[in-house]
Design a protein around this ligand. Structure first.
Ligand code: SAH
Length: 330
């Protein structure tokens, strides 16, 4: 078992960093979270926006087509989705893309996925309309790129440090265990914990390179905040079958994630144009209410469900405020 292996490792070599812990728990090729079979959706651990409503993907697709039209309908464009989960978002986007035949002729779609089970689900759903790669760096170069990431960056590992104001220095936040209980060390108050996601920064650098080289747009959607300056606090969390559990529970079975620091994202992407909106603001600005009403009138039996799902995506008390959309353009 993964837990036993981690304990043996710590007994032999000492405490490990929070980052190494996540690397093993998430990415162990046999026992890690992403090697497991059921990870997303109503029967998995959590429900993401595309699983809430088809309108979410439709709105993102319309934003891409709209941007493409504004760019003068370039002849060739690559759309890449990072971490597509069950493939639902891209299925909804492709349905819209196909309604714009010029766009559909111009586009190649790439999916970046590392989880074999999800990759298979995506292939079963999307077939020949998409090409899989294991990292953004392997997507072909193109002058025009659209890059979509929904709840992708929160799933990447995050480094944690403990800041000591007395010495103005920081050390790795470590993980160890004794008498069968896991703990973090050194002990630190919430405001002395600093997080940085080097894995995210590498991918953001690649997005920046691609957009700078040509033109296009990235839509990065995730839960998190956009506070100026250095953010502090421990945001690492674990979800198992829709319940919040300790990050030391259900090791390899629970989903680990962290709150995205959109301010740090913007700093890396500078000087590209970046705008951070709440998910509610973005979706309403892009016409989610109109689209929902259009579908509701066409399918009266579904009207109540469609309106409820849109409210869930946009209402500040549900997903509307916690989730943010970073719109990056060049
Ligand atoms: N975007 C989907 C799923 C989000 S879950 C949705 O909205 O429903 C995170 C996704 O990122 C999963 O598909 C997971 O397998 C993938 N993923 C996690 N770490 C990854 C990595 N390092 N490289 C590529 N994909 C990764």
């Amino acid at each position: 078992m993964l837990e036993e292996r981690l304990k043996k490792h710590i007994e032999a070599y000492g405490a490990i960093t929070a980052r190494s812990y996540q690397d093993v728990v998430l990415y162990d090729p046999v026992l890690g979270y992403y090697a497991q079979s059921k990870v997303i959706g109503r029967d998995g651990d959590f429900i993401t926006s595309p699983e809430v409503s088809q309108v979410f993907g439709e709105i993102l697709a319309l934003s891409c087509v709209d941007h493409w039209i504004q760019m003068g309908r370039p002849e060739y464009v690559i759309v890449t989705e990072l971490g597509p989960g069950r493939g639902t978002l891209m299925a909804d986007m492709i349905r819209v893309f196909k309604q714009f035949s010029d766009f559909w002729r111009a586009v190649d779609i790439y999916l970046v996925e590392i989880c074999p089970t999800l990759l298979k689900q995506q292939t079963d759903l999307l077939g020949k309309d998409v090409t899989h790669v294991s990292s953004l760096a392997l997507v072909p170069e193109s002058d025009i790129q659209f890059i979509i990431a929904n709840e992708f960056f929160d799933a990447l590992p995050v480094e944690q440090y403990v800041y000591d104001p007395a010495t103005n220095s920081r050390t790795d936040r470590l993980i160890s265990f004794n008498d069968d209980s896991w703990y973090f060390m050194p002990h630190a108050s919430h405001e002395c914990i600093i997080e940085e996601s080097a894995a995210s920064m590498v991918i953001l650098d690649e997005i920046k390179r691609r957009l700078n080289h040509g033109a296009g747009m990235a839509l990065i959607i995730d839960y998190g905040d956009c506070v100026k300056g250095l953010r502090s606090g421990d945001t690492l969390q674990a979800i198992y079958q829709h319940r919040r559990v300790s990050v030391f529970d259900c090791i390899g079975k629970a989903d680990l994630s962290h709150h995205v620091d959109f301010n740090a994202f913007q700093n890396v992407l500078f000087p590209l144009s970046c705008q951070v909106l709440t998910q509610g603001e973005f979706l309403i600005q892009q016409g989610i209410n109109e689209r929902t009403e259009f579908l509701a009138h066409r399918n009266p039996a579904m009207a109540a469900d469609l309106r409820m799902a849109t409210a869930r995506l946009t209402a500040p008390s549900v997903m509307g405020n916690l989730f943010k959309v970073l719109v990056v353009t060049h």
